[in-house]
Ligand binder design. Structure first.
Ligand code: VAH
Length: 317
């Protein structure tokens, strides 16, 4: 039985769907602090839960008889830089609450980390699992803290803590929540709606990216992996890296007249310039047989087809 704090975000909704089809609708509880769409509530149980309230998380975990806590609550990179005090509360204090509830109740705990957990001092091409991590965003600093705290609780209290570092995640049916990689989702909507896109990062900005099903299927596979196979608790996973120019070139194979122009956002560019160019995930592929299915061309097909379907539904609705 699973509880997903911060589950209304880009990843939580998708993971809930997959977990519900595999483990049963009633065994997956989505929680967040926002009012969910009717469509969300139709799909399965939802409850209000603020990760800043330790007792509320603990009460929910007991009442739901949870086995797993999957902690998605976090302000992403760009949103966090615009509100550091709130990011410290949510991304650090909130994470501590979830970590302590999991430890006290003997639950398993998954916390996602990110390419944003690295900085300009880290090797950038490729970036391995273990190397210098001195990120320059509160989002990245909080994720490094979550990684180290989870590893410590595993070492000291034998907490079954697991963490995957995700690239920028690209999905057509859930919106990203204010990150540096969000351009790589918006570009598809704009390509289909008006044939052009103004990109807020520079044309040669290379970043690791991943299609959402690869991300979510990896998460479930990793959570189901027998602990004897895990030689570490924090792993990179990777599928592709691309620049806005390369993405635009691939989109033009489907929309020949698609035009991209640039209006670089200095804050986003500074964040993107500090992140890995290419992610190395050999340990995931060795220890728990991770493998991706989507490369850049399959990603573009998936996104254009998925958004076209949504546009048709909206027209009919
Ligand atoms: C962000 N999409 O841009 C998130 C993610 C890899 C980046 O963590 O902040």
């Amino acid at each position: 039985r699973f509880i997903l704090p911060g589950g209304l975000g880009q990843l939580g909704q998708g993971l809930a769907k997959k977990l519900r089809s595999k483990y049963g609708r009633e065994n997956v509880l989505l929680t967040d602090i926002r009012i969910p769409d009717k469509s969300i509530v139709k799909e399965g149980p939802y409850a209000y839960a603020d990760t800043l309230n330790y007792d509320a998380i603990k009460e929910l975990a007991v009442n739901h008889r949870a086995d797993w806590l999957i902690h998605f609550s976090a302000l992403l990179s760009a949103v966090g830089e615009a509100n550091v005090p709130l990011a410290v509360k949510v991304n650090i204090n909130g994470m501590h609450n979830v970590l302590d509830v999991a430890n006290e109740l003997g639950l398993k705990l998954f916390i996602p980390s990110t390419i944003g957990a690295f900085g300009t001092d880290s090797p950038r091409n490729p970036t391995p699992d273990v190397c210098i991590q001195r990120p320059k965003t509160i989002y990245g600093v909080a994720k490094v803290h979550a990684e180290r705290m989870g590893e410590y609780y595993h070492h000291r209290f034998n907490l079954d803590f697991r963490c995957l570092r995700f690239p920028g995640i690209i999905s057509c049916d859930t919106k990203p929540g204010g990150g540096t990689t969000d351009y790589a989702v918006e570009i598809f909507h704009k390509a289909l709606s008006n044939g052009s896109f103004v990109c807020n990062v520079a044309p040669d900005t290379r970043l690791p990216m991943m299609q959402i099903d690869d991300c979510l299927d990896a998460t479930i596979k990793f959570m189901e992996t027998d602990v004897s196979k895990l030689h570490q608790r924090v792993y990179n996973i990777n599928s592709m890296s691309f620049t806005p120019e390369e993405l635009a070139h691939e989109i033009r194979k489907h929309i020949p007249n698609f035009e991209i122009t640039y209006d670089v956002n200095p804050m986003l560019q500074e964040i993107a310039n500090s992140w890995p160019d290419v992610f190395e995930d050999d340990n995931s592929r060795r220890d728990w047989e991770w493998e991706h299915k989507y490369d850049l061309s399959k990603l573009v097909e998936y996104m254009l087809e998925g958004i076209k379907k949504q546009m048709c539904i909206q027209k009919v609705a």
